[in-house]
Write a new protein. Structure first.
Lengths: 332, 541
């Protein structure tokens, strides 16, 4: 998000700022925020997903005037927030199965319509496993029918809740329980995986966006924008996982930021299948800066290292930068 | 309660689950010492007054500033700002132009006529000897503490080296007069052209409970140069003093200044303005070794002042000066080379530093004079004689205006404590807010604001102020470049980034609190705090 304000020490990079006009501050900066995912949840220290979920759902709650129903896929987010009979959710919340959240959400939207409720909005959410692997058929169907649901995927790049197994979002070379760091090409296989935001765009639904817990202003703006539209909408949020990534809990936001700044996680918005805006990289960094603090990539730097793999990951970042025009001067 | 089919428990909230017991370390808010404050010889709370200036509360900012230094308009012009050398922003782009904001606040105060109230009367009387920056600062702080103050000054006007050592083109006299008048308006009594010769007797007759001496260092150091026929030789301090007291000194067309300090530069630039066609500084070492500040050297060179580095004056024959070239040896000392040159000049001005006139103190019992002629004081600025304090250029320290003003404050606090029968113990300093404690990512890119400068042509012929001030918009912008190192500026980052909602926002001006019932001790707030105002400490139990 470009700097639109007169210089205020930190501008809009921080969550709030006493010198900013109230409408330039985030929902998270207000004392009135809903805290949709409240304290006492059992997420690990420094959990990016807990943070991303509160950021996104609070913004959606404000946009929906607090008339919002959430449907949750199975996964960390569901398990750590709602051990029966306790719940951390401060909004109507449903959980059914691992893979059917988009279908359940479509049903909730249909039920509200049948009741003549035109004000209450529906949000569905899940991790990358429930969204990109297990629930993908249901998600594609929801997009196909253009159901009036905002689906949010919190992407921590593996099945963390069950012990860090590979998902279709696990990046190349990352070590997981099912892609051990052994052999000639340790870690997850290069050249596999899915890009759900691009697949969602291929459905030509009204709105698709990627966001990161490292850029709250951008994230809230995208949720608010999505909530201002009808039909099927999809937001993919990058949420680092200290447990699965082998990173320090205090580094969660730093890693999310480095993913964006290296070009590995491009931030963009698309309407009806076309990219309409990208968030430019502010200070470009090599992918190594992002990979090095994570133990799941430790084998890339051990001994003689894996120069070839590193170069391939860097090439992926470079391609993203070129493809989305993330560094303005590199756009021809 | 009736439960639906297959439901056996009531709905509960996770608020019952106090995750705070996971913690092995806890975050705590703290104020760290910003490097600027740490570096300020006057002990200004720079970050704090910039914080108010950022909001546009200029009077509030000024009031925080003058709690430590009564001369913001003066210091914004003449202080060599060690604060800016220490400023962490220098590691991001350029340092905050602290002096420019200080000057803006000082000028704003003079323009708007903001005044300062003296403290409630204590019934104690203090004599201040010397109306230079140190004496004026002591008088001001003593008055704020409620003591009656009389300032005795041997010269005809207040200001000391501010008036008689710093030329007008760096410090316009209306600014100096304005800030001194504000101190006088607090009820400080000034007695001019009244030299104190016998301190114990003056204390007795005047009924003073304590004395602060700050007479400065005014005796020009001399050097011996063989002269066949002596030309006109002056000393820098008298030249600058004569500029203020009536007749401008007659320096001739060609002036040589001997020395490499700020005073040498000031005299050469003054000579230029008085119409000298040639103002040449002769200094025995290199430019890098000059004690003069680089920006002053640069401004002097811009104005056409010539500098001969690595030369000493060996002989004078009327208007002909024989100089010897020098070289620097391995240990950095200048050594003669045996190569000679001659230069022509009408006047030689010696700018070789000054000594303290301690004559009137030597007879006071208990007062010790160090070998190099300065007066010895203890950690409380007190001499060997109880109740007699000293500061400024006459005690061992770096000789700058700001150090002198700092001495005045420190002495005033110690005198105040001594008068009450105790000693002043400054509160312990906070830990330093080093650059590596900041998260610089969050600060917006913003280049330093540039102060306007007078045209070179006008600088050659007039004593108009060389460096201009910032206007309100640029001063505000500059204040907002402050990183607020080590001190919360309520950016809401900790409140936002906590995955456990364990930060309680207390509202504008009241900062934040941790809710330790739920804080898991992940440390995200510490990592993402831009200014380093939170730290992790181990849990004790």
């Amino acid at each position: 998000m470009s700097q639109r304000v007169k210089f205020y020490q930190t501008g809009t990079f921080t969550v709030g700022n006493r010198l900013l006009d109230a409408d330039q501050r985030t929902v998270q900066a207000t004392r009135e925020r809903n805290n949709s995912l409240t304290s006492g949840h059992r997420a690990c220290q420094g959990c990016g997903e807990a943070l991303g979920a509160r950021y996104a759902v609070d913004a959606a709650m404000r946009a929906a005037d607090n008339r919002l129903v959430a449907v949750n896929a199975t996964g960390c987010l569901e398990v750590f927030s709602t051990p029966y009979p306790e719940s951390s959710w401060q909004l109507p919340w449903l959980h059914s199965l691992f893979g059917n959240a988009p279908a359940v959400a479509a049903g909730v939207a249909a039920a509200l319509r049948a009741k003549g409720d035109t004000r209450t909005r529906v949000l569905a959410q899940g991790g990358d496993g429930g969204t990109v692997d297990i629930g993908f058929g249901c998600l594609s169907g929801m997009f196909d029918r253009n159901d009036d649901v905002l689906y949010i995927c919190y992407d921590n790049e593996a099945y963390m809740n069950t012990g860090v197994q590979r998902s279709a979002r696990t990046p190349a070379a990352a070590r997981t329980a099912t892609t051990p760091a052994v052999g000639e090409h340790p870690g997850n296989v290069m050249g596999q995986g899915k890009n759900p935001a691009l697949i969602a765009m291929a459905h030509e639904i009204p709105y698709v966006a990627t966001a990161s817990v490292a850029d709250l202003h951008d994230l809230e703006a995208k949720v608010t924008r999505a909530m201002g539209m009808g039909g099927a909408r999809y937001i993919h949020i990058h949420v680092p996982c200290p447990l699965g990534w082998g990173s320090r809990p205090c580094d969660t936001i730093m890693l999310a930021r480095l993913a964006v700044e290296s070009g590995l996680f491009p931030l963009y918005e698309a309407e009806h299948g076309e990219v309409v805006d990208v968030t430019p990289i502010r200070r470009r960094v090599p992918v190594e800066d992002y990979l090095r603090p994570q133990k799941r990539f430790a084998h890339l730097f051990r001994g003689e290292g894996q120069a070839e793999t590193l170069a391939a990951i860097q090439a992926t970042a470079d391609r993203n930068i070129r493809r989305f025009g993330l560094v303005p001067e590199e756009v021809s | 309660m009736e439960h639906p089919f297959a439901i056996s428990l009531d709905v509960g909230s996770s608020l019952a689950n106090h995750t705070g017991n996971w913690r092995t370390e806890r975050p705590v808010y703290l104020d760290r010492l910003p490097p600027c404050n740490n570096a300020c010889p006057a002990g200004e709370n720079i970050q704090s007054w910039l914080h108010r200036a950022e909001e546009g509360d200029y009077e509030g900012a000024w009031r925080v500033l003058i709690a430590d230094n009564p001369f913001p308009a003066v210091h914004g012009r003449v202080c060599y700002h060690p604060c800016e050398d220490a400023c962490n922003r220098g590691q991001i782009d350029e340092t905050v132009s602290i002096h420019a904001v200080e000057r803006f606040l000082g000028d704003e105060a003079l323009k708007r006529g903001w005044t300062i109230e003296p403290g409630p009367d204590t019934g104690k009387k203090v004599l201040v000897i010397g109306a230079g920056p140190s004496g004026l600062s002591a008088a001001y702080h003593l008055r704020r503490l409620g003591h009656a103050v009389t300032v005795r000054e041997a010269g005809p006007m207040a200001g000391g080296m501010l008036r008689f050592g710093i030329p007008k083109y760096r410090l316009p006299r209306d600014v100096l007069d304005g800030e001194i008048a504000r101190i006088a308006a607090m009820g400080v009594e000034f007695v001019f052209e009244s030299k104190v010769e016998d301190i114990p007797a003056e204390m007795e007759t005047g009924g003073f409970d304590a004395v602060f001496v700050a007479v400065g260092a005014h005796l020009a150091k001399r050097t011996t140069i063989p002269a066949r026929e002596a030309g006109k030789i002056l000393d820098a301090v008298s030249v600058l003093r004569d500029m203020e007291t009536g007749d401008p000194p007659k320096l001739g067309r060609r002036v040589v200044v001997y020395g490499g300090g700020n005073t040498a530069i000031d005299v050469a630039r003054t000579a230029k303005r008085l119409g000298a066609s040639e103002a040449l500084i002769v200094y025995r070492r290199t430019r890098e070794q000059m004690p003069a500040h680089d920006f002053e050297v640069r401004e002097a060179l811009e104005e056409g002042v010539l500098i001969n580095w690595l030369q000493t004056i060996k002989q004078i024959d009327a208007t002909t000066f024989t100089v010897e070239k020098m070289r620097i040896d391995e240990s950095g000392w200048p050594q003669p080379t045996g190569e000679f040159e001659t230069i022509e000049a009408d006047t030689l001005v010696l700018a070789l530093g000054q000594n303290v006139d301690t004559g009137f103190l030597e007879s006071v019992p208990g007062v010790a004079i160090a070998k190099d002629g300065v007066v010895e004081v203890d950690a409380h600025m007190m001499t060997g004689r109880p109740g007699l304090f000293a500061g400024g250029d006459m005690v061992p320290a770096e000789r700058t205006v700001t150090v002198a003003v700092g001495h005045g404050k420190k002495a005033a606090r110690n005198i105040d404590a001594w008068l009450a029968g105790g000693t002043y113990d400054p509160p312990p300093k906070h830990e330093l807010a080093d650059f590596d404690l900041l998260n610089a990512w969050y600060y917006t890119d913003a280049d330093q604001s540039v102060q306007p400068q007078l045209d070179i042509a006008r600088r050659a012929s007039t004593f108009g102020e060389v460096v201009g001030g910032l206007d309100e918009t640029t001063a505000l912008f500059e204040a907002r470049r402050c990183l607020s190192c080590g001190n919360c500026f309520e950016c809401d980052n900790c409140y936002g980034v906590c995955p456990d909602n364990s930060v309680i926002k207390l509202g504008p001006g009241n900062r934040f609190e941790f809710n330790y019932d739920f804080c898991k001790g992940c440390g995200l707030c510490v990592a993402e705090c831009p200014c380093g105002a939170i730290k992790m400490v181990p849990e004790t139990t």
